[in-house]
Write a protein that binds this ligand. Structure first.
Ligand SMILES: [Zn+2]
Length: 169
């Protein structure tokens, strides 16, 4: 199963409205979420002890960034919980860390793909833009969409680019 398929499977169990409620999804799977003071460089972590999963998120980060972190950690929970018990994510998690091993890189990429599909489901995004790429220069359209999905403009732009839903003139 691809990370996107895993995310869609989870989404199918929700009412699928925007913004996607990552807190509710965590609750559905008995994953607790805690906000804690952490170094600014750390976005969050997933820890599994005695079968109990906890996501810890940096309390000083902006809500949209926290949502992405939670979605990313849920990705580790659904995709990788059998491989290790603790995942710690340094920010920004969107970019590949050249120092980490290949295996780690792969898991991070998979968690990001899961998070992107969970927070910005491809078919919902296509519907919202009426199957027409939006103009990259149209800041209002991009930020309006980011508000609707409660994601950062940066992660939405990456997502739109990957889905060929943004046009550069
Ligand atoms: Zn990660």
């Amino acid at each position: 199963m691809t990370p996107e398929q895993a995310a869609r499977q989870v989404l199918e169990k929700t009412n699928l409205s925007t913004p996607v409620d990552v807190y509710l999804i965590a609750q559905m799977y008995d994953v607790s979420i805690q906000e804690r003071e952490m170094e600014d460089a750390i976005s969050g972590m997933l820890a599994i002890t005695d079968g109990r999963a906890i996501i810890v998120v940096n309390k000083d980060h902006a809500p949209r960034r926290q949502r992405f972190t939670i979605a990313h950690e849920l990705g580790h929970f659904f995709l990788h919980r059998n491989s290790t018990n603790v995942f710690i994510d340094v920010s920004p998690i969107y970019f590949r860390n050249r120092l980490s091993s290949e295996g780690t890189n792969l898991r991070e990429q998979e968690a990001n793909r899961f998070a992107a599909e969970l927070l910005m489901p491809a078919h919902l995004l296509r519907e919202k833009v009426h199957h027409k790429p939006i103009d990259a220069m149209d800041d209002d359209a991009v930020s309006c969409l980011a508000d609707e999905f409660q994601v950062s403009v940066q992660s939405l732009t990456i997502r739109l680019t990957n889905l060929n839903l943004i046009s550069l003139h």
